[in-house]
Structures are given as structure tokens and as C-alpha cells.
Ligand binder design. Structure first.
Ligand code: GRF
Length: 210
């Protein structure tokens, strides 16, 4: 089976680069490899977008370093400095708006988001999740898949709605679980697919709902 056959809908062969560049805000808590994939797709002319700002909540997040390398402003909003999820989300929304963001990409934002943020960008928030939703919602999706003994898992890019990991699905890629896989090894292979589908799914969302 070719790699392409694992992605649904298929990745576009020629990117749609007409019109104004999408103004993206990316939210990340960790390594930021998905941030990098979006930045690389933009640089390669595969995605007509501009990353206005990265918001990160964890001072150690490597994503911040990646943003600096790409000349993208990186704003730390440490959840420990806020009294509630809503207070954090209000500041996230305000920051995204201040940077002129139109589409919000949750690329490994390891916090539950509240209506305070979701309602500020209705239908314009996108999340990437490391399972074939609706299976294995929530945290430790890869461990959940391994424990369930399914033979196929993957990743999903979807629109964020009030119910966690449940919004309209934009794109999915399937990844087989191989003999001897542990969470780290499986995550590495899932991430290869995440990096392919996230930029394509952003373009698809803008085309479909923009
Ligand atoms: C990704 O695997 C994503 O599915 C999950 O968090 C991870 C973030 O990875 N929600 P990275 O920080 O983009 O490398």
C-alpha cells in the first residue's frame, strides 16, 4: 500500500495558493514538530499562509525555539500563572486577536480549552489528535490504542467544538501498529503522518469553511 493510500481525503497534488495568505496562530506545549511542519509547508509554497504568532504554555517548550528560528513571535502564557482555565483562555484569545489571527491551530496544546477561547474563534480552531477519532479521545491516545490491541491507529485533524476531540473531521491518516511497538516508536510513525496532513488539512478547512 502506498503512503498516499493511508490518507483520507487524499493529499492535494497541486496546492491552492490563490487568494490572501491565511493568518494562523499556533498553540503548542511541547516539541513543536507540527509547528515546524506548517512552517515548512508555507516555506515550500504548499500552504498559502503566514504564522502570526506561536503561543506556548510550557517555558521548556522547544516550539518556542522553532518559532524564533522562523522569525515568528512566541508568547509564553504559562497556565500556572492563571487562576482558572477560563482566565488562561481569555488571555490566549486576546493575544491571538492582537496578532490578527484568523485560524487557530492547536498543534500539541496539552490543555483542555474552554468556551472562552472556542467562542472567540467559532469554527476556526483546528486540532491535531494522535488517533483515528472517534476512537481514543483525550489524553494518552497512543497508549489507549496499544492497550486496546487494535491493529491500525493514526491521526486526525478536526475542527474544535465544545466537546473534546469530537468536531468535524477534516483529514485522517492511518498508521499500522507493528509487532513490538511501544508508545514512543508508534508516536514517531504517527508524527510522520501528522506532519503530512496538518498543513493540507488547514488548507482544506480554509477552502471548505473559510
Ligand atoms: C502530536 O503528536 C499531537 O497529535 C498531540 O501532541 C503532539 C505534539 O507534537 N496532540 P509536537 O509538539 O508537534 O511535536
Amino acid at each position: 500500500m502506498s503512503d498516499l493510500a493511508l490518507v483520507s481525503p487524499p493529499l492535494p497534488t497541486s496546492p491552492c495558493l490563490t487568494g490572501e495568505a491565511l493568518k494562523l496562530g499556533i498553540m503548542a506545549s511541547g516539541s513543536g514538530s507540527n509547528f515546524e511542519a506548517v512552517a515548512a509547508a508555507i516555506a515550500a509554497g504548499q500552504l498559502n499562509a503566514q504564522i502570526q504568532v506561536l503561543i506556548y504554555n510550557n517555558p521548556q517548550a522547544k516550539a518556542a525555539e522553532r518559532a524564533q528560528n522562523h522569525g515568528v513571535p512566541a508568547v509564553l502564557l504559562n497556565h500556572r500563572d492563571f487562576d482558572s482555565r477560563e482566565a488562561l483562555d481569555a488571555q490566549v484569545a486576546e493575544t491571538l486577536q492582537a496578532y490578527g489571527v484568523e485560524w487557530v491551530i492547536m498543534a500539541g496544546w496539552m490543555r483542555i480549552v474552554t468556551p472562552t477561547l472556542i467562542d472567540a474563534f467559532p469554527g476556526r480552531m483546528i486540532n491535531i489528535h494522535p488517533s483515528l477519532l472517534p476512537s481514543f479521545k483525550g489524553i494518552r491516545a497512543i497508549e489507549q490504542a496499544l492497550a486496546s490491541q487494535v491493529k491500525l491507529t493514526g491521526c486526525t485533524v478536526h475542527i474544535v467544538t465544545l466537546e473534546m476531540d469530537s468536531g468535524p473531521i477534516l483529514m485522517q491518516a492511518a498508521v499500522p501498529i507493528l509487532e513490538g511497538d511501544d508508545a514512543e516508536r508508534l508516536h514517531q510513525r504517527i508524527q510522520v503522518q501528522e506532519h503530512r496532513i496538518l498543513p493540507a488539512a488547514i488548507a482544506l478547512a480554509a477552502q471548505r469553511y473559510g
